[in-house]
Design a protein around this ligand. Structure first.
Ligand code: MN9
Ligand code: PYR
Length: 312
């Protein structure tokens, strides 16, 4: 497809996107039965209608290729007619695995795919990373492709704007970037570049979202929208209505909650247990090397979240 054709037929990814947790049984096997109720919870209780599956929050890199396929398929199947977009993260250390997951995502009707940089052998420059993303996209040429920039996890410090430069010539299906870094200059460069190609920039550091909105990002992908979607939607509305006092007050209060959580140790294992406490869904433990979270710790964080929600 030509670039103009693609951009006409693609639904732009905007607004809040929940980075989903992967439900596991107490024995540590994937638990597909939770995904249907999980979708209803996001839509009915959080007003969140798009999801990002098998990413950082979903422990995608800790799952087998087969497990990732089953999880992605369940989100697409149960989300049909309910969710606006299901974006599947397909990044792996092996490009072959990523290609297989990309092909699979296309076959189940995913609305988009995303890749992180490989992080054991790292791309030495932006060219190498662009090539990697391109080779994955050729396995699913009709599925919108997003680059998932998360230097804090991958250790790949290439500027995202450098990765985007010229990428439209290599990847006709390219549609934007999920930016989970904190370099606002690089983010701003990405916003300009994506704006000119009608792509989306989704921000991924939830506690800093307001700063990114000021720079013009089109939406946000994050773990906390699983349980704070309603409140952050209020912040987005306040921002859209130029109510700086209200959007700032909400972001500052949100920062206080995340700081409280971080001081107790806030990794994906803790976060997952917090979601179980707030939502009532039974998401189970994380997978090693992440450790299960003591229930008392998750309850203390969940209480802060509930208090925050009740105040608004
Ligand atoms: C490293 C990580 O998990 N980042 C998530 C997405 O990129 C965020 O949604 C964070 O969980 C969130 O901003 C809380 O710190
Ligand atoms: C936040 C996010 O996008 C992820 O967990 O992958």
């Amino acid at each position: 497809m030509k670039e103009e054709e693609m951009s006409r037929s693609v639904k732009k990814l905007t607004g809040l996107v929940a980075a989903t947790f992967t439900p596991l049984t107490a024995e540590g096997e994937i638990n597909l039965s939770v995904i249907g109720p999980y979708i209803d919870y996001l839509i009915e209780k959080q007003n969140v209608k798009s999801v990002f599956v098998n990413g950082t929050t979903g422990e995608g890199c800790s799952l087998t290729v087969d497990e990732r396929k089953q999880i992605a398929a369940a989100w697409c199947q149960h989300g049909k007619g309910k969710l606006e977009q299901v974006v599947v993260h397909v990044g792996c250390m092996s490009i072959k695995d990523s290609q297989e997951l990309a092909r699979h995502a296309a076959s189940i009707g995913a609305d988009g795919i995303a890749v992180i940089s490989p992080s054991f052998f790292k791309p030495i420059n932006a060219d190498a990373l662009r090539l990697f993303i391109k080779e994955v996209s050729t396995s699913a040429p009709d599925v919108p492709m997003y680059y998932y920039h998360i230097p804090g996890m991958t250790g790949v410090e290439l500027e995202a704007a450098d990765v985007l430069n010229g990428i439209e010539q290599m990847i006709p299906s390219f549609q934007g970037v999920k930016y989970s870094g904190t370099d606002l200059r690089d983010l701003g460069q990405c916003v300009c570049y994506c704006q000119s190609h009608k792509w989306s920039v989704l921000f991924g550091v939830d506690e800093q979202l307001l700063g990114a909105l000021v720079l013009g990002v089109h939406g946000a992908v994050g773990s906390t929208y699983n349980y704070l979607g309603l409140i952050v939607n209020q912040m987005l509305s306040a921002f859209d209505n130029c109510n700086h006092m209200q959007s700032r007050a909400l972001q500052l209060e949100f920062m206080e909650v995340i700081t409280f959580a971080k001081n107790l140790g806030f990794d994906v294992g803790v976060n997952k247990q917090v979601m179980s406490e707030v939502s009532g869904l039974v998401l189970g433990p994380p997978r090693l090397p992440l450790l299960p979270c003591p229930v008392s710790k998750a309850q203390a964080i969940a209480q802060k979240i509930k208090d925050f929600s009740q105040r608004h």
